[in-house]
Design a protein around this ligand. Sequence first.
Ligand SMILES: [Zn+2]
Length: 148
Amino acid sequence: MRCPYCGFTDSRVVDSRLNELGDVTRRRRECLNCGRRFTTFEKVDEIPLTVIKKNGEREPFSRNKLLDGILRALVKRQVSRERAEQIVDEIEASLRNDFKREVTSKELGEMVLRQLRDIDKVAYIRFASVYREFKDLEEFTQELKKLK
Ligand SMILES: [Zn+2]
C-alpha cells in the first residue's frame, strides 16, 4: 500500500475495522518512512473464507448456505428473515474481524447456536440436532436440560 504523501510502499496497520455490513475493511495505516497516517478500504470478499467440513473437504464460505440452515431451523417460528440475516451478518463480521481464512463447519455451527440460544429455543434445538448429529435420545435430552 503506497503512502499518498511520500510514495513509500511500506506501512504498518494501526487500526482495522469492518463497516456495518461487514464487507469492507477500513484500515488506518502509518507510513514507515514519513510517519504520516492514511486510510485504506479493502473489500473483504477479496479474502476468500474457506469452510472445512466434517469429512475434511473444503468449500468456499457461503452466506446463503448458512442462511438456509438457519431459516430451516426457524420454520414457523416468530423470527423474521431479517433477524436470520442479521445472525449471518454478525457471524461473518466476526470471522472477518479475526481475519480468519478458514473455519470448520463445527465452529460455524457453534456460532449459530450461541445466537439462536438467545433468540429461539426451538430453533436452537432444531439447529443443534442437525449440526451436532445427536447420536441418541440421551444426548438430545442432555442438550434440552442445558437449556433450562
Ligand atoms: Zn510516507
